[in-house]
Ligand binder design. Structure first.
Ligand code: 3SL
Ligand code: MG
Length: 232
């Protein structure tokens, strides 16, 4: 199986996705939030690009979550901090999310056959699943505001590193570079990701605990899947 890597949503093109599996990464913080909500029993997550569409869905049974500029949106129940998506808050609930880069990226990869949600929290499980299914895969980093982001790159490297342990994978040059960067920093991943613009931005907002949580590795074997606008 082959794995290729796309640096940011801006570089996605449908032809490269057709007939393949896509893995979407927005480790800070959208896919970490989505994975956490599913781990904690959310019944489903609806991923939307527009705030207005999310507000229209507001009802007693659903929770609105997300961010703009990293901050909670007016009228929403939760921000985009994974630490807010506790079992008490989300179990059995539908979560409606909109975020700057993460939900937008999901909407851009719909040409793929299958779409998985990945982050550090489930990186090993994602790598294992890819090898088990033996399907050519495109890992798509959401990036930050259309640009390459070291945090997503590090997570892509982890998934490739894990996949490579489970079976034989062929990598394009960028996927190999991510693998190599993760391999060189795996004992202290923060030494790599602390240089990311978005890491520093979230730190400036006082979100250090989110950063620590998002770089925990392999706390879950769940691999959420995105299909027709819904994550389960
Ligand atoms: O861009 C996104 O989708 C968000 O995850 C960004 S933030 O980390 O919540 O600011
Ligand atoms: Mg991000």
């Amino acid at each position: 199986m082959r794995i290729s890597l796309i640096p940011a949503v801006t570089y996605v093109n449908d032809d490269e996705l057709k007939g393949k599996t896509a893995v979407v990464i927005d480790v800070l913080r959208a896919t970490s939030v989505m994975t956490t909500a599913i781990i904690n029993g959310a019944s489903e997550i609806i991923a939307l690009t527009e705030v207005e569409d999310a507000l229209r869905m507001k009802d007693a049974k659903c929770i609105l979550g997300g961010e703009r500029k990293g901050l909670k949106i007016k009228g929403f129940d939760l921000s985009n901090s994974p630490l807010e998506y506790t079992r008490e808050r989300v179990e059995g609930k539908r979560v409606v999310m909109t975020t700057t880069n993460g939900t937008k990226t999901l909407n851009k990869v719909e040409a793929a056959d299958k779409i998985y949600i990945a982050c550090m929290l489930n990186g090993k499980a994602v790598g294992k699943r890819l090898v088990e299914e033996e399907k050519d895969t495109v890992i798509v980093c959401a990036g930050t505001n259309g640009k390459f982001s070291i945090d997503d790159y590090a997570c892509a490297g982890k998934i490739i590193y894990e996949a490579n342990k489970f079976g034989k994978v062929e990598l394009d040059d960028f996927a190999y570079a991510a693998f190599s960067a993760y391999n060189d920093h795996k004992d202290d991943i923060i030494s790599l990701v602390k240089n990311a613009y978005h890491y520093k931005y979230l730190l400036s907002l006082g979100l250090g605990e989110d950063l620590k949580y998002c770089f925990k590795e392999d706390i879950s074997d769940l691999v959420p899947e995105y299909k027709s606008g819904r994550i389960k």
